[in-house]
Ligand binder design. Sequence first.
Ligand code: OAD
Length: 254
Amino acid sequence: MDTDRQLEELAQVLRQSRRVVALTGAGMSAESGIPTFRDALEGHWADDDPLALAAPEGFARDPERVTRWYDQRRAQCAACQPHEGHRALAAIERGVETDGGAFMLVTQNVDALHGRAGSRGVVELHGSLARWRCIGCGEEREERGPAFGAYPPRCEVCGGIRRPGVVWFGELLPTESLAIAQEASSECALFLSIGTSAVVEPAAGLLHLARRGGALTCEINPEPTPASPLVDWAIAAPAGQALPALAAKAFAGT
Ligand code: OAD
């Protein structure tokens, strides 16, 4: 079935679904100019070891390197703009809710682009680059300004080292956010998996919860993933193209 036909079918289901969950990953932000993790050439993990930069042991070994890397990503993401796909997902949320349904956007992304595009109540499973937490006293604050310049940054309250408020490998996801996402996935009628390689748990498991609960499922990703053979529609297109087309087909004129 060609992409346009898939989107037509999906739009029809989307219009009728009262509970919709969308899960996004790094591919969602690729068209905003933010590298993914697992792209063989340009992904973060093509050059850097995830355990050195995204794990507690890497931070313990070299807090200066780790905090500099995340702070540079914070500055990079702040300079990037949401694209048409981000805005379309916000429009889909409004469309579902206007029709009396419930929409939940769950993201593995830490770049805050969904919120900037108008999505509300985004469940940030892996935290946010904008939040930094003291490992001494636990004080957490939002950082929206320029890059720190000195690493590791220090806590203004106790002088301890501050770390980015993101979830690293080997760490637990925020309990409440994960529970909300799992419950919504189990109960939804339609689950959209967008721009994720679908390999990192527990986020990848949300699709399985949705299927077990009887939901129809869709993937939007130019490349195949382990989720592709499982979903009802595997749409092999970039998010920046597929989502605006889907929003227009489902909710144009509403
Ligand atoms: P990955 O880098 O693993 O996967 C990105 C996916 O996006 C790939 O499957 C690409 O094919 C797809 N993609 C690329 N461009 C796209 C586009 N324009 N539209 C749609 N899809 C596109 O990123 P995640 O799945 O988000 O965790 O990775 C999950 C987690 O692993 C991340 O949150 C991060 C990482 O290590 C931590 O740092 C803890």
